[in-house]
Design a protein around this ligand. Structure first.
Ligand code: NAD
Length: 357
């Protein structure tokens, strides 16, 4: 029996709705497998700014550090998207959380459920069988390098910066994962142009001999972006930097048919954070139509990675598979042939899922 304390951080927009379902699934798993999960909740993003003036209040950080794992929703609000000059912004909460918790590795499994082959804009025969695990570096790169708008206001720069140890620690995680899968690792960079990418490649090449059973392939980001839609089955474990990973994983989300289906894990020195890859989706907030499956699959990742509860994680994935096989869809993954009575809202989808747990 596992005894664990989980912090729920719904954040903004549909984050509130989807984490409700994610938590219901965790509760059911605890009941079914005889674990004891306790919960707390905390604020981040726009809701935190409104309540405290801070996108990541100290109280939230304290609760984060005190928990065994964090189920996260999303941050963001149109108010800030349309006002680039706003000094206090929801996404600062997200970046600060990653830095403070030392979350340097973002894992994004791109798993395609067969029933959703048609939901992707890529041809089913190209997609079928795709199964990719991305490792995106999370605490370096242009997101944290020096940036400035020059005095004349007409020029700005951001610095792409990496240190050897940052590349090495994420590379090791990716090599280890490759060992448990098909023993292939693709490292993506832009080493033909960028000095930080040359350092990246050098580090990968230096540690590769420690994993003689893993085949390493280097690709430039432009080629990788092209290959990903041309031949997604060629990819297995991929390791890349923060910016390239951001873009590549959103592209890869189309392989899975919808942003609403993809989960991610951010891990590093302390508590792991598990969240959908989608944002706060204000266009559908409060309408009860958000797909909760990315949050549910995030809960499965949480159980697997932070608690080592693989059977429990697999039970969740199997339940998702079953509801999809029964034909149930949320609006984002439905198509013109989906019968109206099979198109479910957020909570109805959660309820169908719970029937299989
Ligand atoms: P988004 O992911 O919120 O939405 C993109 C599109 O996908 C929208 O049409 C939305 O309705 C749809 N969508 C997303 N998740 C869905 C789900 N679960 N079910 C059904 N449809 C879904 O991205 P965006 O519109 O570019 O950004 C909205 C806000 O979210 C912005 O403020 C942005 O800064 C923020 N954001 C936050 C995160 C995060 O918290 N990690 C990530 C991306 C964007």
């Amino acid at each position: 029996m596992a005894k664990k304390h989980i912090l729920i951080v719904p954040g903004d927009g549909i984050g509130q709705e989807v984490t409700t379902v994610g938590k219901q699934v965790l509760d059911r798993i605890a009941e079914k497998f005889g674990h004891e999960f306790t919960y707390d909740e905390a604020l981040i993003g726009h809701v935190a700014i409104e309540a405290t003036g801070e996108p990541l209040p100290e109280e939230t950080l304290v609760k984060m550090r005190a928990s065994d794992a964090i189920l996260f929703g999303a941050v963001g609000h149109p108010k800030y998207d349309n006002d680039p000059s706003a000094k206090v912004r929801p996404e600062q909460g997200l970046l600060k959380m990653r830095k403070e918790l030392g979350l340097y590795a973002n894992l994004r499994p791109i798993k395609l459920f067969d029933e959703l082959l048609e939901a992707s804009s890529i041809k089913p025969e190209i997609l079928k069988g795709s199964d990719i695990l991305f490792f995106r570096e999370l605490t370096g790169d242009v997101y944290f390098g020096k940036r400035e708008r020059l005095d004349d206001g007409n020029t700005a720069y951001d610095t792409m910066i990496y240190s050897k140890y940052e590349v090495e620690r994420i590379a090791r995680k990716a090599f280890e994962a490759a060992r448990t899968r098909s023993k292939k690792l693709m490292s993506v960079d832009k080493a033909n142009v960028l000095e930080s990418s040359r350092l990246w490649r050098e580090v990968i090449q230096k540690i590769a001999p420690e994993y003689p059973d893993v085949d390493v392939e280097h690709q430039f980001i432009d080629a990788a972006a092209m290959l990903l839609i041309k031949d997604p089955r060629r990819f297995d474990v991929v390791v890349t930097g923060n910016l390239f990973g951001d873009i590549l994983t959103d592209e890869a989300s189309q392989i899975a048919g919808s942003m609403g289906m993809l989960a991610s894990a951010s891990v590093g020195d302390s508590t792991g954070v598990y969240e959908p890859i989608h944002g706060s989706a204000h266009d559908i907030t409060g309408k009860g139509v958000a797909n909760p499956l990315a949050s549910v699959l995030s809960a499965a990742l949480l159980l697997d990675i932070s608690f080592g509860l693989k059977a429990e994680a697999d039970a969740i994935i199997a339940a998702v598979d079953k509801v999809l096989k029964e034909g149930f869809r949320t609006r984002d993954i439905a198509n013109s042939e989906t019968p109206a009575d099979k198109i479910l809202g957020t909570y109805a989808m959660g309820a169908e899922l719970l029937k299989h747990l």
